[in-house]
Ligand binder design. Structure first.
Ligand code: HEM
Length: 443
């Protein structure tokens, strides 16, 4: 929201530079539920209040997840090429389902995720994190978003879902385009093509992975439903987890008091991640609710039936943390933030996500002592999304370190002569695309 502008504009770079300022202004003007522009010409609402988010997420009689209720979309007011459609257009998956259908789909998702071996996945995550740091630690500089935060969860997801190298690479490229709300139609079509290929392969060669468990689940998901859920789950899993790592590292590198707490051991990394989930969560306005009838607002206004209502977890958490400042400072491990949602749709993978983020941040801090920002904090840029909060880059520098793993898969494999073939020379920088190339060999 710019000065004088009557609504929040969470898609704008100015918003992401200082969201708190915007939240304060619109809250003062409207109260806990404020009008928002989600992109030029796309109207919605943003809930900024902790208790209201909880109440509305639980009130499934008044608020639906079904995006086909979106009144402006029904009236043909949303252009077909609107960037937000990638995230908002109805899909037949658990996130957009209500009632009995939600229960059926949710059971399949939670059972399939529940089959993940957490000890094995934790060990694998740690190994990938070490390997990634090995890829850049001798260089004394890195972009922690592109070379680390976005690669770590993706690699873990690929393993959990049984994706192969090519599918993983194509999937993440399309996913990033979708989260940026850019060319979402093409990105969505590419996602579906990739996942169809994975399903066809898993039908022939079942494995110990989430894809196979979804295909075999007694809820009897069709191939189309499995496809929809893979697109949802891998997307829902990758992006926010990557952004949590990025947001946590940014806070550590820019807030010296927070950093001291961690480095001195007074706060462990798990608690630090919870603190970031309170203060700077990866999802700031997603998913979207639709009132099934007009709802009266505390300021006397009306939330019209079929309006898209974004769940403003970041604003709600921060207001609640501010109201309980003393308690929060002394008890950062408090997990009562809303960053994983609340009610029947609450994120079914909170432990997995926090494990990946904690492992990722802990590994960086241990492996890169003295790590610091390589650009002034004010120059960091955020991706322009009304739904999520994610840095475009996080350039850091540090004293060059020696790699620790004797066997780094992408450097030792004869199948990858093009990557890191320089013998004793400094290792090649590994970017997302390079890293994906070694996934299959690493299994
Ligand atoms: C830091 C990382 C993550 C954050 C912040 C996050 C947050 C969320 C939020 C806010 C919701 C919606 C809750 C609601 O509608 O009330 C959600 C739903 C969901 N998340 Fe996560 N999530 C993360 C990671 C993951 C991971 C790693 C997976 C899977 C591997 C996952 C799978 C899902 C699924 C399937 C849903 C839909 C559940 C439903 O509609 O019933 N998420 N998540």
């Amino acid at each position: 929201m710019t000065d004088g502008c009557p609504y929040a504009e969470p898609y704008k770079p100015e918003f992401h530079r200082d969201p708190d300022r915007v939240y304060r202004r619109v809250r003062d003007a409207y109260g806990p539920v404020v009008p928002a522009m989600l992109e030029p010409g796309v109207r919605g609402w943003l809930v900024l209040d902790y208790a209201t988010i909880i109440a509305w997420c639980r009130d499934t009689a008044t608020f639906s997840r079904d995006a086909r209720r979106w009144s402006d979309w029904r009236s043909g007011l949303i252009p077909e090429d609107a960037g937000v459609l990638g995230m908002m257009e109805h899909r037949p998956n658990v996130l957009f389902a209500d009632g009995a259908e939600h229960k059926r789909l949710r059971r399949a998702v939670t059972d399939s995720l529940g089959g993940i071996d957490s000890a094995e996945t934790t060990a694998y995550t740690a190994r990938v994190a070490e390997s990634l740091v090995d890829g850049f630690c001798q260089l004394g500089e890195a972009d922690l978003i592109d070379e680390y935060a976005r690669v770590l969860p993706l690699t873990v997801m690929n393993r959990i879902f049984g994706f192969d190298e090519d599918s993983g690479r194509r999937f993440i490229t399309a996913l990033a385009a979708m989260m940026d709300a850019a060319d979402s139609e093409r990105a969505g079509a590419e996602l579906e093509r990739v996942v169809s290929g994975v399903i066809a392969r898993k039908r022939k060669e079942p494995g110990d992975d989430v894809t196979t468990r979804l295909l075999d689940h007694r809820a009897g998901l069709s191939d189309e439903e499995v496809l929809q859920h893979l697109v949802l789950i891998v997307g829902a899993g990758n992006e926010p987890t990557a952004n949590l790592i990025g947001n946590a590292m940014r806070m550590i590198l820019t807030d010296s008091a927070f950093c001291d707490e961690i480095v001195s051991g007074r706060m462990d990394v798990e608690d630090a991640i919870e603190h970031v989930l309170w203060q700077d969560p990866p999802l700031i306005g997603y998913p979207v609710l639709y009132p099934v009838s007009d709802v009266s607002l505390p300021n006397g206004g009306t939330l019209p039936e079929g309006s898209p209502v974004l769940l403003g977890y970041a604003a709600a958490n921060r207001a609640m943390a501010g109201a309980n400042a003393q308690e929060e400072a002394g008890a950062t491990a408090n997990r009562a933030h809303l960053s994983f949602g609340v009610g029947p749709h609450r994120c079914p993978a909170q432990d997995l996500a926090t494990m990946i983020a904690t492992t990722g941040v802990r590994t960086l801090l241990r492996r890169l002592p003295g790590v610091r920002l390589a650009v002034p904090a004010a120059e960091l840029e955020w991706r322009s999304s009304p739904f999520s909060r994610s840095l475009t880059r996080l350039p850091v520098s540090f004293t060059p370190q020696s790699p620790t793993q004797e066997e780094v898969p992408w450097k030792t494999s004869p199948a990858s002569p093009e990557v890191g073939s320089g013998g004793s020379a400094a290792p090649e920088r590994l970017r997302l695309s390079d890293f994906l190339a070694m996934l299959r060999r690493d299994r």
